[in-house]
Design a protein around this ligand. Structure first.
Ligand code: NDP
Length: 385
């Protein structure tokens, strides 16, 4: 029996993870499930899986959670420290599926226990990748990538011969506005932006996919996870989201991982790794698919891609600033305070205005994250519709 903790159990990735482990109750034992404030969904999942503990990060939701779980024998807790203590309970396998940099400290707490930590939550890797990787090495933790592109690269990458890799090619669906002009994108609504053509995901990553910032964050994520110079990591538009990424070797061989656009495949890969486990997905029907298309990304219409590549090239605090400003701008867009095109503009302006030295510790990353959020919030106020 593997003990499992899911950080962000009520979200899109958390629900996909629960779906898989509930199909194999004799293989997985749930230690803890966490949410921010969705007490109803957390309660149901905790009862179904007979979790040892259920935790809400938002402490004001704890009384409701206690009430809902009274008499079940499931421990309850609430607040930031409870979340960190829970991440540090020592599960064999932890799914990191909190959205945003709010997941950074819980990821570090899990890594410091030395088990397997599965990263769907990409923002901590963007903001503090080197610090997380160093901590994993120090504590003997295994990091596995659940993000579908990075999981695909992981499956194709010959880690024993990284020098034989010529390029990593990350595929990008292009999002719902792939063929739209900048003028058309000026007036898109949050509803249009979260309606991804291929994937069903949480609101924040859906907006990131629409601006292509998601691909920018993934570029940085790939540079953190795989020992390949970042100038050899490319992005290609692939509207069908069937090829999840590719690895190009010096002999001309290009290995790709294909699969349905469903997070349960990469999550299952991480759950069973180094073995494989069955999932409910139908086999890929290549004949029905008929064709796979590719195109170059357009950094003029999707400036987030250029901003992310520049932040990666510059290094230091830049990726953390990029990520924090993007989180603020996306939240403001979802709250209808700013327009869609303002998201990249606010990230760009925050990067221009705020230039702290490179962080070397987790506390320094958190301070940069807070500083960038404050700067981006000021810019949001200037641009409120
Ligand atoms: P969702 O918005 O669907 O879920 C987010 C989860 O995090 C929820 O459980 C939420 O709890 C919890 N949460 C939110 N804020 C906080 C907080 N401040 N403290 C603690 N917990 C919090 O997100 P997704 O599942 O879509 O994405 C999760 C992560 O995985 C993101 O980093 C995303 O980029 C990445 N990812 C997602 C993919 C997808 O297909 N969805 C694919 C690849 C990567 P509550 O429900 O109570 O608000």
């Amino acid at each position: 029996m593997k003990t499992v903790t899911i950080l962000g159990a009520t979200g899109s990735v958390g629900s996909s993870t629960l779906d898989l482990i509930e199909r194999e109750p004799d293989k997985f034992q749930v230690l803890a499930l966490t949410a921010n404030g969705d007490v109803e969904k957390l309660t149901q999942a905790a009862v179904r899986t007979r979790a040892q503990r259920a935790v809400v990060a938002d402490e004001t939701c704890l009384p409701a959670l206690r009430e809902r779980l009274a008499g079940t024998g499931i421990e309850t807790a609430g607040g930031r420290q409870a979340l960190l203590d829970t991440a540090a309970m020592g599960a064999d396998w932890t799914m990191a599926a909190i959205v945003g940099c709010a997941g950074l400290e819980p990821v570090m707490a899990a890594v410091e226990q030395g088990g397997t930590v599965v990263l769907a939550n990409k923002e901590p890797l963007v903001s503090a990748g080197e610090i997380i990787l160093a901590a994993a090495a120090r504590h003997g933790a295994t990091l596995l990538p659940a993000d579908s592109e990075h999981n695909a690269i992981f499956q194709c990458f010959d880690a024993t011969r990284p020098k034989r890799v010529r390029r990593i090619i990350i595929t990008c669906s292009g999002g719902p506005f792939r063929d739209w002009s900048t003028e058309q994108m000026r007036i898109v609504t949050p509803e249009q932006a979260v309606a991804h053509p291929n994937w069903s995901m949480g609101a924040k990553i859906s907006v990131d996919s629409a601006t292509c910032m998601n691909k920018g964050l993934e570029l940085i994520e790939a540079a953190r996870l795989f020992p390949v110079p970042y100038e050899r990591i490319e992005i290609v538009i692939h509207p069908q989201s069937v090829i999840h990424s590719l690895v190009d070797y010096v002999d001309g061989s290009v290995l790709a991982q294909l699969g349905p656009p469903d997070m349960r495949t990469p999550i299952a890969h991480c759950l069973a790794w180094p073995d494989r486990m069955a999932t409910p997905m139908q086999p890929l029907d290549l004949v029905a698919l008929g064709r796979l298309d590719f195109a170059a990304p357009d950094e003029m219409r999707f400036p987030a891609l250029r901003l992310a590549r520049d932040a990666l090239n510059a290094g230091g605090a830049r990726p953390a600033i990029l990520n924090a400003a993007n989180e603020i701008a996306v939240a403001a867009f979802l709250a209808r305070r700013i327009g869609f095109l303002e998201i990249a503009a606010i990230v760009s302006d925050t990067l221009l205005r705020y230039d702290p030295p490179a962080p070397t510790t987790l506390d320094e990353v958190l301070a940069i994250d807070a500083g960038a959020r404050a700067a981006a919030n000021e810019l949001v106020k200037d641009r409120v519709i």
